[in-house]
Design a protein. Sequence first.
Length: 92
Amino acid sequence: MTWLRVLVAIAAAAVLWKLGIAALRAASGGGGMTEHGDPEDVEDLDVFFVCRECGTEYQVTRLGKLQIPRHCGEPKEVVRRPRAGPAPLDQA
């Protein structure tokens, strides 16, 4: 009878493990990457994600799945800056 209890305990642990992993995936917003097509090059738009808390900036160069980074836990502000023109040439 002891082997039956061990077998039931192992089966129960496996079921609890599966349920726990499923609950964590659901709470984190999904279990994997979903396909949204090819990433789009947007480097010419001059868009940045800026953290007002720590000062970190990310320039958006390719846009795929829209997910704003939260490296320090603070939400990022979307900032669009005017493109800098070409540097003037020195004429001497």
